[in-house]
Design a protein around this ligand. Structure first.
Ligand code: PMT
Length: 222
């Protein structure tokens, strides 16, 4: 076991989708399976980090030595994450957080009525951007950007807007990379905007490559 600079560090990872309630029996969500975030949690724990995994609704087994907190909505994920903002050394946001939620979910079950139904959606808090805003210079913020086109440009824009130390551009092609599948194609973009294109890898291998890049960002304890 070679020494990792993540050894003993407190690492928070978000994973999976969020569910935003329309009424008591329906919700808005997305196809995230949590596999990418769970693979990062496993790999970080293997490197000796103290890992807290904030998981949206997924059907995955908790990796060994990982503390898991289950949440449902973006607001719940934000509330759980906020408790950890101050103490974590690294925050990795692999969750596919819903950008919007129904403004006022109906109580009970919404009745079928008429040909049209309008829902007013309200913006959710941006968990990762809030972390970056509050973090000290020694804390590390890592994000993902799932993009179908103009990936590099959009990912760099997100890295700058959210003040991230590292962003993993996640190429979405609907078959071998992105949601649900076992493999992923990532491009790692650092704070100098240099891009490292990784090949199509299993999500565990992609997680290891991402954490190698994170290890290089950790300042040796003085
Ligand atoms: O779970 P899998 O099926 O394995 O799929 C993995 C994945 C594709 C979900 C994952 O690798 C990924 O790319 N996650 C980010 C998806 C995305 O498109 O994020 P975004 O572009 O909406 O947001 C950019 C970053 O801000 C992300 O790190 C996101 O977690 C974070 N964010 C976004 C919105 C919000 N309200 N809060 C956030 O923290």
């Amino acid at each position: 076991n070679k020494h990792s600079s993540l050894q003993g560090k407190s690492v928070v990872i978000t994973a999976g989708p969020t569910r935003e309630k329309i009424d008591d029996v329906r919700f808005i969500s997305n196809y995230s399976s949590g596999k990418m975030g769970f693979a990062i949690a496993r790999a970080a724990a293997e490197r000796g980090a103290k890992v807290t995994l904030l998981a949206g609704p997924v059907s995955l087994i908790t990796p060994p030595l990982v503390e898991r907190v289950d949440v449902e909505s973006a607001k719940e994920m934000y509330d759980a994450a906020r408790q950890l903002f101050e103490t974590c050394d690294v925050f990795v946001s692999a969750a596919a957080v819903a950008d919007y939620r129904p403004d006022s979910p109906f109580q009970g079950k919404l009745k079928k009525n008429g040909e049209e139904l309008s829902l007013t959606l309200r913006k959710n808090p941006d968990i990762l951007a809030e972390f970056s805003k509050q973090k000290s210079p020694s804390q590390i913020a890592v994000g993902f950007a799932l993009e179908c086109e103009d990936g590099l440009k959009n990912a760099i824009k997100k890295r700058i807007e959210k003040k991230l130390d590292l962003i993993a551009l996640n190429f979405y092609d609907g078959k071998s990379s992105g949601f649900e599948v076992e493999t992923n194609m990532l491009t790692l973009i650092g704070s100098d905007d240099t891009a490292t294109v990784l090949p199509l890898l299993s999500k565990p291998d992609a997680a290891n490559r991402l954490l190698e890049a994170v290890e290089k960002l950790i300042q040796p304890d003085s």
